[in-house]
Design a protein around this ligand. Structure first.
Ligand code: FES
Length: 645
């Protein structure tokens, strides 16, 4: 069957397949923040012609349904179908990531003293042809040539030997031997990997060629998956791709995924979902740049502990149960073929080590990219994504904790929420005279949703202008923009007629509650970790913020919201997606991999869920900005009118 778009594109669709599934397979991505469960209402499309079956209509209004709108994830064609995809349903693939611009990252690598030393290395050899006189075996001949070049003690797998005879003769004995550090072990185990060769393993043989070697750096977030395709010879980022993590269809956060993996026997499905996401992105980048997948020779994975376990098909069950113990923190280096990655199957895959059940390789990668582990001054690192992870420390010590913030700042669970990509309202200011909102949109076009920084701006501005109270409840008489919506009262930021329907961007009271719960968890986590470390706020010289906010988060507004501690704004540094930045560093450099392992070993983990003080701190933080206003002196000044925002 055929699925045709009004734009002219057409794709094939299998019997029983959803429109969302067929579009995804064709690399036409829709916003699907519930992963196809039919609950987020973001994958709206309009049927122009054809017969179809609908499994559910979720959040679609009666008016939308009347106009022919359906949810792509709930719609199965029964014959050829013609559909229209509204702009706000299209997912812009590609993150705006502040730290991660190609040159910046390469400079970061150099500034950290990292060289280009990927996991996979090679040696070109011109072997003499065997003769009746020189009649040693193929392997002995190879070892002899390697020894002549100073490389001894390599391990040879059965797989390598199976291919050896054919590879030598096919290339007429002029060969390239690819080998890797440390397969089957982690650097932390060997320690001395830089000096010894006894942990080196031969991977495969190819022709001697001039084409560049490539690798992929992967950030497996609970909500999104980001892949960088990197030239391993010069460190250049060739392309960037991202998509929603398809595991979302089995649950929004790590806990629901663990439950699915263990109680519903779904581990294999979850593993397959994320591997497919990575493969889909990698395949399209490789095709775009005419790169042979055999030339993609290594991968690094940065993910939280649950994501890293699921990627490798390891049972994450014990992560959720007291005393919260993961199977592995330091993952051995395994091969791409073992994972099912669609790159060279012999390519080594390095997983950035984790610290504990709820502080993973993404945070180790983040600390590495922030450089806080190199400096004597005390810094705070916060990664605000689906989980909120916090690290405090310096070059001598590091302490870490995690709190569950939920995916709201990435747009999930928020009626008009979206990620910080094209079309997102990223900044909001209210005109103090008219109380009308003014906003800026990423890409400067028409807005299609509101991202994390926009939500923070919106709530702090609404609070400041008396549109919501300290508990986040609307004061309806303040503005005509508050109306009764399907989920209760909602504030309308933007409205226009799109075709036959009215398109609105709103923030509902449940949205505000959701955001306040997330900010309270983050602030409570910061308060407790500082208390535990015996530090007061003023000893923090720098606060590094990582996560989807990138450069857009206004720290004054985040302080007004009570999410960030009340410190001078020049102490905040926004780094964007540091997980992918760290994965890039570790893909290229042995020194960075070693440093990542040292960071991981150095971190002391504090389990907030068993901390008696956490609930008290959390409940006190469920107000704007906080029940103890004296913790926010700069906000007190603003509220008194003594200081401008
Ligand atoms: Fe279709 Fe969420 S409703 S992806």
């Amino acid at each position: 069957m055929k699925l045709q778009l009004t734009s002219g594109d057409s794709f094939s669709i299998r019997k029983g397949q959803t429109v969302l599934g067929a579009l995804k397979e064709a690399e036409f991505y829709l916003v699907a923040s519930c992963g196809g469960k039919g609950t987020c209402g973001k994958c709206r499309i309009r049927i122009i012609d054809g017969s179809f079956e609908v499994k559910g209509s979720g959040k679609l209004t009666a008016e939308e349904r009347k106009k022919g709108f359906v949810l792509a994830c709930q719609t199965i064609p029964l014959a050829d179908l013609i559909i229209e995809v509204p702009e706000d349903s299209k997912l812009t693939v590609g993150d705006k990531i502040a730290i991660s611009k190609g040159r910046d990252l390469f400079e970061l690598l150099l500034s950290l003293g990292g060289d280009i030393s990927p996991l996979v290395r090679y040696l070109d050899l011109n072997l003499p042809h065997p003769t009746i006189i020189d009649n040693i075996s193929d392997l002995e001949r190879l070892k002899r040539a390697l020894k002549d070049k100073g490389l001894e003690g390599l391990r040879f797998s059965n797989r390598f030997l199976k291919d050896l005879s054919g590879a030598l003769r096919k290339n007429d004995w002029d060969i390239r031997v690819h080998y890797a550090d440390c397969l089957g072990c982690s650097l932390a185990e060997t320690g001395t990997v830089t000096s010894g060769t006894n942990s080196l393993e031969a991977l495969f043989i190819s022709a001697q060629k001039d084409t560049p070697r490539y690798g992929i750096a992967v950030d497996i977030g609970t909500t999104t998956v980001v892949v960088y395709l990197v030239n391993l010879d010069d460190g250049r980022i060739v392309d960037v791709g991202s998509t929603y993590n398809s595991q979302i269809r089995y649950g929004d956060d790590v806990i629901t995924r663990i439950i699915y993996a263990t109680e519903k026997n779904g581990l294999e499905e979850l593993t397959k979902a994320v591997i497919e996401d990575i493969n889909t992105i990698t395949n399209s980048m490789a095709t775009r740049h005419s790169i042979n997948k055999e030339d993609i020779l290594s991968a690094t994975i940065a993910g939280n502990t649950t994501m890293s376990h699921i990627f490798w098909g390891l049972d994450p069950g014990s992560i959720r149960e007291e005393p919260y113990i993961p199977t592995v923190n330091f993952f051995p280096v395994w091969r791409a073929g073992t994972a099912g990655l669609n790159i060279n199957p012999q390519a080594p895959v390095y997983t950035i080590p984790c610290v504990a059940s709820y502080v993973g390789g993404d945070i180790v990668a983040g600390v590495l990219a922030s450089r806080m582990h190199r400096h004597p001054e005390i810094s705070l690192f916060m990664d605000i994504g689906t989980n909120g992870e916090i690290v405090v420390g310096n070059n001598e010590w590091l302490m870490t904790a995690a709190c569950s913030a939920g995916p709201c700042f990435e747009g999930s669970g928020i009626k008009s929420g979206m990620r910080a990509t094209k079309g997102a309202i990223e900044e909001i200011r209210f005109n103090p005279n008219t109380l009308e909102p003014e906003f800026s949109v990423i890409g400067n076009g028409k807005p299609i949703g509101i991202c994390g920084s926009g939500m923070i701006d919106a709530i702090s501005e609404m609070f400041l202008n008396g549109i919501i109270d300290q508990k986040g409840k609307f004061i309806k008489e303040r503005t005509k923009r508050i109306r009764e919506g399907d989920d209760g009262p909602e504030y309308v930021f933007y409205e226009d007629r799109r075709g036959e329907t009215t398109f609105s961007i709103v923030l509902t009271e449940p949205d505000i509650e959701n955001i306040m719960r997330a900010k309270a968890a983050i602030y409570a986590g910061v308060s407790l970790i500082l208390k535990e470390a015996g530090l007061d706020l003023n000893s923090i010289e720098k606060v590094y913020i990582a996560g989807g906010f990138g450069n857009y988060l206004n720290p004054r507004k985040a302080i007004l919201l009570g999410m960030l501690p009340d410190l001078p704004v020049d102490r905040f540094v926004f780094l964007g997606n540091t997980s992918i930045a760290g994965a890039y560093l570790c893909l290229l450099s042995k020194r960075m991999r070693k440093e990542a392992e040292e960071i991981s070993q150095k971190m002391t983990y504090m389990e907030l869920s068993v901390s008696r003080g956490f609930m008290d701190e959390y409940l006190s933080a469920l107000f704007l900005p906080h029940t103890e206003l004296e913790r926010f002196p700069s906000v007190m000044e603003i509220l008194k009118g003594a200081s401008p925002l």
